[in-house]
Design a protein around this ligand. Structure first.
Ligand SMILES: [Zn+2]
Ligand SMILES: [Zn+2]
Length: 335
């Protein structure tokens, strides 16, 4: 089978790997769609090669069962929760394998991932892809959209809220779509014109480009000077993170999901004296992933509108170059 490897300095290579054979309690999934995620850009840009197959947003159909598998059948349409832990500790038992006390594998980073013809994973990582959703939509849900969903759930977003979202890449755009479906008034913020325009098309009530006006002031103007009830950072950028905190009102809620980097805050004026609740949120549990897919079906969230680019695996060089420019919506490999 073919598998895509990051070979360092923005290069990728589509290589031949042995066809997979499932071990006990494992399944082989025939890949149908595999998403590109902002967190892929770190190994993509790094100056050294990876040994394993990339891709941590896998979606496909079960192709083969190993000995002892229960609860999965050949032909099942599935999203893969892209982590596996021991399966027994308290975090694994609530579906948060990425928090496993005995360590975890991440498919696509250090363990063979979904940018391939097949991927082999424990059966317990599988989440049902509802019939109403495409494989492409499932790939989006498998990391970026699921991450946005869990963050908004932590923020307890509702129709009472103005929700300010910093960053309108694949995660921020997902938060715009989901925030609208949860009833909020959404303020979508990004420095890239193509991305704020995409947010407008996906239903954002107000778009703000911080290179044109101060986003904190813009959010306050929309809220009688108070600030938003809920704010979310999907950038990982220090300035945007501080603005995320400062855009929230007294007793407001703010959440960080953008990875890496730093932030400088003044705890007294920024957090303590404003009774702010500040959340961190790292992807989702397998249960949360399933819930996100169900929400998107039941609320008829137009998730396909998120996807701007589809590539075949043999177009991966161009695919990653395009995604690396930072102006796209969701990009997916389709198999
Ligand atoms: Zn990701
Ligand atoms: Zn565990």
């Amino acid at each position: 089978m073919r598998g895509l490897v990051f070979t360092g300095n923005r290069q990728v290579d589509l290589r031949e790997f042995p066809d997979p054979v499932p071990g006990p309690d494992e399944v082989v999934v025939k890949m149908r769609a595999s998403g590109l995620c902002g967190s892929d850009l770190h190994p993509y840009r790094m100056d050294r090669a990876q040994a394993t197959i990339s891709g941590h947003e896998p979606c496909g159909e079960v192709a083969a069962l190993g000995p002892g598998v229960i609860g999965a059948a050949v032909g099942d349409r599935v999203i893969i929760h892209h982590y596996s832990g021991c399966g027994h500790c308290k975090y694994c038992r609530i579906g948060y394998d990425q928090l496993c006390v005995r360590g975890h594998k991440t498919y696509g980073f250090g363990a063979n991932g979904g940018n391939a013809d097949f991927v082999t994973v424990p059966a317990r990582t599988l989440v049902c892809l509802p019939d109403e959703l495409s494989f492409d939509a499932g790939a989006a849900i498998a990391c970026g959209t699921g991450t946005a969903y869990m963050a908004l759930k932590k923020l307890d977003v509702s129709g009472r809220d103005t929700l300010a979202i910093y960053g309108q890449g694949p995660v921020g755009l997902s938060a715009t779509l989901l925030g609208k479906a949860m009833g909020a008034r959404v303020v979508a913020i990004d420095v890239t014109p193509a991305r704020v325009e995409h947010a407008r098309r996906l239903g954002a009530d107000v778009i703000v480009n911080p290179s044109e006006r101060d986003p904190v002031e813009a959010v306050r103007q929309l809220t009688q000077g108070e600030g938003a009830q809920a704010t979310l950072d999907c950038t990982g950028n220090a300035t945007a993170r501080a603005q995320t905190v400062r855009s929230a009102r007294v007793f407001g809620r703010a959440c960080f999901v953008g990875e890496g980097g730093t932030v400088q805050l003044e705890p007294s004026p920024d957090i303590i004296h404003r009774h702010l609740t500040l959340y961190g949120s790292w992807t989702f549990s397998s249960v949360g992933l399933e819930e996100c897919a169900r929400f998107i079906v039941d609320r008829q969230v137009p998730l396909e509108g998120l996807i701007t680019h589809r590539f075949r695996l043999d177009q991966a060089v161009v695919g990653f170059q395009e995604f690396d420019k930072g102006e796209t919506g969701k990009c997916v490999f389709v198999m």
